[in-house]
Design a protein around this ligand. Sequence first.
Ligand code: PRP
Length: 207
Amino acid sequence: MDTIVVDHPLARARLSTMRDARTDNATFRAALRELTLMLIYEATRSAPLAEDRIHTPVSRTVAYRLETPPVLVPVLRAGLGMADAALDLVPEAQMGFVGMARDETTHEPVPYMESLPESLVGRPVFVLDPMLATGGSMVHTVELLTRRGADDVTVVCALCAPEGVQRLKEADLPIRMVTASIDERLNDSAFIVPGLGDAGDRQFGSV
Ligand code: PRP
């Protein structure tokens, strides 16, 4: 699995704001939004382009656009905080939605919503979720996508645990990953260490 770690000073600064336990919900949402812009910028770096001929006010030249814009799939609830920023950077993208909550005792993913295009054949898909912990939610989400024909999936996460990255590597799925950090480990509650807590709660308050 290709893994891109966006190790940029601005990314580190925004991620530090998100990690800080003193950061309030509104500031956390703003930092996640800004970090998402950087992650999507890197995720689209090698996107194929289509060419047109246009006229500037001065002469003819070549114009470029994304050949096949991605389908953006935020994983509810926490991935919602990445959706607007991703759509701002790739306004021609379509969106699908997956709802997935992790059982707090078993740490297994519990799917509760799926709203996706009927076919994802030939379409790049960007899955948006701030956190990859055990990787269970992401493996389940990507399986939903591959059942609809997706074979080019980019997992976009603010931060990951090495255990989750390993699980994605071992799953036989067509994935690459873009993240701002691979942290140290998971703790006994399957929380990322040092991590940032629960990205859904940090954005929206606890439920
Ligand atoms: C978090 C996170 C991922 C998942 C990661 O969501 O946003 O979806 O847990 O854990 P995993 O890699 O071990 O599966 P959570 O279940 O807290 O739901 P929420 O987005 O509604 O807060």
